[in-house]
Write a protein that binds this ligand. Structure first.
Ligand code: FAD
Length: 306
């Protein structure tokens, strides 16, 4: 039986595991893929105190740091369900195995919704980006598109307009869905163009992105835009379906947590991108994992001895 079982091996899960292990309690990590989203990241320039690094390098460092401690790492394993019991939890794995833990920290992260058009995967990290806080500065003085006119798309367009030369925001529907105050701010910016009824159909490029093709949904005609970057902002999908019957989630699928990472189920904590924590970033996920782990420890020392 584990005292703390962490589900997820990204920045949040790694931090949670280290903080738990340093308390001398039995700690385990189940990870479908250790490193998480960091493995898909090229340049990282906002991991504070590290001027610049690369995703796989940081992922390796995360794993090495966790391995400094007595942590049972179960990599390439997917959790299928978390079942609260009288004392603690049963965590079922997809391979049929089952683990017992007095407390569980969910740190399963999220993934960006993709457009699923030709060129998107090919040019990921070569002009196709998903995170304006991370990659915005790479496009300083260049032309970019933002795909999606919801709050995140419009926020991204406003943010990028201060860095890049020009932003074209493309929205599939006939109106933007972002809050009015954001739309007003967007409309006040001189270097932003908004195109509605636009369905992006292709990302084009050679070594890097050089443009995109969209279908005008009113005329049915295809149009081409020349640009250097494309920020896809059509949704972030938390990896939380496997706990949908266990724990309270928002309509977006984020696990609802309080300031200590406590979920709606006592003894069940969550941290990082899979939760309601605002802003999805490495440095935030790590802090969040540490916090949830300390809260789990706090929970364990208050629990009645069985
Ligand atoms: P994740 O990193 O998503 O890790 C989740 C972990 O849970 C993984 O190990 C996954 O395999 C595992 N998992 C999921 N489901 C299950 C399951 N059912 N069972 C077991 N394990 C499971 N942030 C920055 O700060 N700077 C950047 O420059 C930056 N660039 C980015 C570039 C890209 C392309 C992407 C996609 C993201 C970028 N981010 C960046 C965001 C950053 O990567 C995330 O905020 C951060 O990784 C979140 O950490 P996490 O631990 O919460 O989740």
């Amino acid at each position: 039986e584990f005292d703390v079982l962490v589900v997820g091996g990204g920045p949040a899960g790694a931090a949670a595991a280290i903080y738990a292990a340093r308390k001398g309690i039995r700690t385990g990590v189940i990870a479908e893929r250790f490193g998480g989203q960091v493995m898909d990241t090229l340049a990282i320039e906002n991991f504070i105190s590290v001027t610049a690094t690369e995703g796989p390098k940081l992922a390796m460092a995360l794993e090495e740091h966790v391995k400094e401690y007595e942590v049972d790492i179960m990599n390439l394993q997917r959790a299928a369900a978390v079942i609260p019991q009288q004392h603690g939890f049963e965590v079922r794995l997809e391979n049929g195995a089952s683990l017992q833990a007095r407390s569980v920290i969910l740190a399963t992260g999220a993934r960006w919704r993709e457009m699923n058009v030709p060129g998107e995967k090919e040019f990921r990290g070569k002009g196709v980006a998903y995170c304006p806080h991370c990659d915005g500065p790479l496009f300083k003085g260049k032309r970019v598109a933002v795909i999606g006119g919801g709050n995140s798309g419009v926020e991204a367009a406003i943010d990028l307009a201060g860095i890049v030369a020009h932003v074209t925001l493309l929205e599939f529907a006939d109106t933007l869905r972002a809050d009015a105050v954001l739309q007003r701010k967007l409309a006040s910016l001189p270097n932003v163009t908004v195109i509605t009824n636009a369905q992006t159909t292709e990302v084009t490029g050679d070594a890097k992105v050089n443009g995109l093709v969209y279908k005008d949904r009113v005329s049915g005609e295809s149009q081409r835009l020349a640009l250097e970057g494309i920020f896809v902002q059509i949704g972030l999908l938390p990896n939380t379906d496997f706990v949908k019957d266990t724990v309270e989630r928002t309509k977006f699928g984020e696990i609802v947590v309080d300031a200590r990472g406590q979920t709606s189920v006592p003894g069940l904590f969550a941290a990082g991108d899979c939760t309601t924590v605002p802003f999805k970033q490495i440095v935030i996920a790590m802090g969040d994992g540490a916090k949830a782990s300390l809260a789990a420890f706090d929970h364990l020392i208050r629990e009645s001895v069985p």
